[in-house]
Ligand binder design. Structure first.
Ligand SMILES: [Cu+2]
Ligand SMILES: [Zn+2]
Length: 180
């Protein structure tokens, strides 16, 4: 920011003829790959969306749940191993967490985290959520979420304690979005 301000100050001081010269082409980082999917609840109804932007070092996931979508309070969220949200009562077809190297579950576990672990999100009193989380698990490529059987984004009924096995006490699966 400090450097940015000093560049502005410099531009303000140059002669108009120079200021009108075309700006030199600066290399821009390639635009992140974006993926969007709908989140369904235990009745198969759409309650919101996830939007994933995949960068070179991390992905950023934005979760938007509409009012009435979730019970108010904290909820564990994870990447599960299979892109299947068809069994809406339990979402067990999404299997367990993405985990290619047998890590323990939990962002706060000294032997973790697994590749599916994410911070909790908080649903407002009206059941809506607007949150953004990041993960080092890539969207594509080796070890990516879009592998042969895809992955799923899961929302649990309770919060994840980020330590205990197998899923931090997060409880039943109440929301699901396929990633494939
Ligand atoms: Cu989970
Ligand atoms: Zn986990």
């Amino acid at each position: 920011m400090r450097r940015f301000l000093s560049v502005i100050a410099l531009l303000g001081g140059v002669a108009p003829a120079i200021a009108q010269a075309p700006a030199p082409a600066t290399p821009q980082p390639s635009a992140p790959q974006t993926y969007e999917s709908k989140v369904v609840n235990g009745k198969g109804e759409t309650i919101g969306t996830i939007t994933i932007r995949d960068g070179a070092s991390a992905l950023v996931l934005r979760l938007a749940i509409q009012p009435g979508g979730l019970p108010p309070g904290w909820h564990g969220i994870h990447f599960h191993a299979v892109a299947d949200c068809s069994d809406t009562e339990k979402f067990e077809k999404s299997k367990s967490h993405v985990n290619h190297d047998q890590s323990k579950h939990g962002l706060l576990n000294p032997e973790g985290p697994d590749e599916g672990d994410l911070p909790n999100v908080y649903a407002n009193a009206d059941g809506s959520v607007n949150a953004e989380v990041s993960s080092e698990t890539p969207l594509t490529g080796e070890g990516g979420l879009k592998d042969a059987d895809g992955s799923a984004f899961l929302i649990h009924a309770n919060e994840d304690d980020h330590t205990s096995q197998p899923i931090g006490g997060a409880g039943p699966r109440i929301g699901c979005a396929v990633i494939k």
